[in-house]
Design a protein around this ligand. Structure first.
Ligand code: GAR
Length: 217
């Protein structure tokens, strides 16, 4: 079967884009990135696409009067490309309901919290303020509500007493880079499927073990 064609949308650094590029470079990974789109002309992450020889496009949101017009331009480009899935990777724009509906089930996002906790911005700061002892990240299908939609996968990390926003962000990001490719693989292979408001896995996918914080001896 042909590899699934992916578009990755970014706004900034692009480290998750890089992890997806690296995963797609592996033999046997069932997807390839056809196009990277940034809504910011100077997004540092565009260099990852350039290095990997992947086509890139800038659709600058400032060139459009309304969110709907920007989303229509985005949609037009994605449809013209004929991509199968769209991965948001640090794409910091709210998408309109129409766009989300059009791409429902084919639009995936990563967020640096264990959703449904800590939706929105300044996630790590709010995580530390809340004093939770386990944090993490979530890959999910996008629904019109912000940072919501059927959860494909999550990774958990401990929050340490010495943590600040930077150290916690780095620990979560390290897991993001493993989780996103793994979730994309499951979706593309049809092993993680939307069922109502949730995602169900094939029976063969089983997880064991637990993360305790504080740990036991
Ligand atoms: C990542 O931590 C990602 O989870 C987050 O932005 C960062 C982008 O980093 N996304 C969100 O907060 C979406 N709500 P990157 O540009 O290095 O991939």
């Amino acid at each position: 079967m042909a590899n699934a064609s992916i578009a990755v949308l970014i706004s900034g650094r692009g480290s998750n884009l890089k992890s997806l590029i690296d995963a797609c470079a592996d033999d046997g990974f069932p997807a390839e990135i056809s196009l990277v789109i940034s809504n910011r002309p100077k997004a540092p992450g565009l260099k990852h696409a350039e290095t990997a020889g992947i086509r890139q496009a800038v659709i600058d949101h400032r060139d459009f009067e309304t969110r709907e017009e920007f989303d229509a331009a985005l949609d037009e480009r994605l449809q013209a490309e004929g991509v199968d899935f769209v991965c948001l990777a640090g794409f910091m724009r709210l998408l309109s309901d129409g766009f989300v509906d059009e791409w429902r089930g084919r639009l995936i996002n990563i967020h640096p919290s264990l959703l449904p906790a800590f939706r929105g911005l300044n996630v790590q700061e709010r995580t530390l303020d809340a004093g939770v002892k386990i944090a993490g990240c979530t890959v999910h299908f996008v629904s019109p509500e912000l940072d919501a939609g059927p959860i494909i996968g999550q990774a958990a990390v401990p929050v340490l007493p010495t943590d600040n926003v930077s150290s916690l962000s780095s620990r979560i990001l390290e897991q993001e880079h493993k989780l996103y490719p793994q979730c994309l693989r499951l979706v593309v292979e049809g092993k993680a499927r939307i069922s109502g408001a949730v995602v169900q896995y094939d029976a063969e996918i089983q997880c064991v073990g637990a993360l305790l914080n504080p740990p036991t001896d």
